[in-house]
Design a protein around this ligand. Structure first.
Ligand SMILES: [Zn+2]
Length: 323
């Protein structure tokens, strides 16, 4: 799909992924610098698909001058391994460790989640599920981030575009906002059909656990204060009315939190027990996703004073606050 956007042309490049989410979108911006926003997973199918769509847009993989990453997930970065070595790779500084993944990084991840799972009351028989943590990383790349960008920064050769920090779905998440017409390239911040998972991640600075759902909520609330004409998403169709979409997402989220509060009104539970009640059929298969969703709701309820979290030994028990 080619979008008419004034002096620049933006081509949507849709590629298959091996993940349940289905296809992923990258965007080719023909501005003063030939820019690719996101890069698809590292699979043969995605590579072939990217090459043929670039050809239709009148260029080749080796013509791309810079890649801007919305976040570090494998379905958005994997194909970086096929781009020439002199291409600039631009993104939030937090991408760097995820793109290189040295031994220390992997060991730290494992140690962090082992501790966290004890805190969340995960039954030790499920600890081998920790290995799922890294199973998707085979579709990622090994590449250095060449330039870090954050809130308010602009991009080389794309003078109308600004970066907005939007952590939550990933700690490294940013979006690209074109101020003169309100176009937003949103990565996985807003998706037309599904709500993005606020994934648990170790902190990159400091030691306190990031609260991804709370971050996600303030990231999308921030967008309510700027005019947005259309949203180009990381998966699926563009979103024409961003503000309505955001208000609806916030409402749905509150409804999910209410369900969790009802469970805790019966009796105090660990995060793991809540997760099993919420996702009895899929929690084993999608352990990190379902735990992240659960912990997100617990963080939300705690933040709003509806529940309290108390340590019982090394494990946290969540309890509804009496009305
Ligand atoms: Zn993602």
């Amino acid at each position: 799909m080619k979008l008419s956007t004034g002096a620049e042309f933006i081509h949507t490049i849709t590629m298959p992924t091996p993940f349940p989410v289905g296809d992923v979108n990258a965007y080719l911006i023909k501005g003063d610098v030939l820019t690719l926003v996101d890069a698809g997973p590292k699979t043969e199918e995605a590579l072939l698909s990217m090459k043929s769509q670039l050809q239709q847009a009148g260029c080749r993989l080796q013509d791309i001058e810079q890649v801007v990453l919305t976040h570090h997930h494998p379905d958005h970065v994997g194909l970086l391994d096929y781009l020439p070595h002199d291409v600039s790779v631009i993104g939030h500084p937090y991408n760097a460790a995820w793109l290189m993944r040295d031994q220390t990084f992997l060991e730290n991840q494992h140690a962090y989640f082992s501790r966290l799972f004890v805190e969340f009351g995960v039954d030790p028989v499920f600890l081998p599920l920790l290995s799922q943590l890294h199973s998707t990383l085979e579709y990622s790349c090994h590449r250095a981030l060449t330039s870090g960008v954050m809130e308010g920064d602009s991009l080389p050769g794309l003078k109308d575009w600004k970066i907005l920090d939007t952590p939550g779905h990933a700690q490294s998440h940013i979006v690209l906002y074109r101020e003169n017409d309100g176009l937003l390239i949103a990565g996985d911040l807003l998706l037309s059909k599904i709500s993005p998972n606020p994934l648990l991640e170790p902190p990159q600075t400091g030691s306190s656990r990031p609260r991804p759902l709370l971050q996600y909520i303030s990231s999308i609330q921030k967008l309510l204060h700027i005019p947005i004409s259309s949203v180009l998403t990381g998966h699926g169709e563009p979103i024409p009315d961003a503000h309505t979409h955001i208000l609806l997402s916030l409402k749905k989220q509150e409804e999910r939190a209410k369900e969790v509060l009802e469970l805790l009104r019966q009796k105090p539970l660990t995060a793991f027990e809540v997760c099993r009640l919420l996702f009895p059929k899929i929690y084993k298969r999608q352990f990190l996703l379902t735990m992240s969703e659960t912990v997100g709701q617990l963080d939300f309820l705690e933040e709003h004073g509806k529940i309290k979290a108390e340590y019982s030994g090394e494990t946290v028990m969540y309890e509804a606050v009496r009305r």
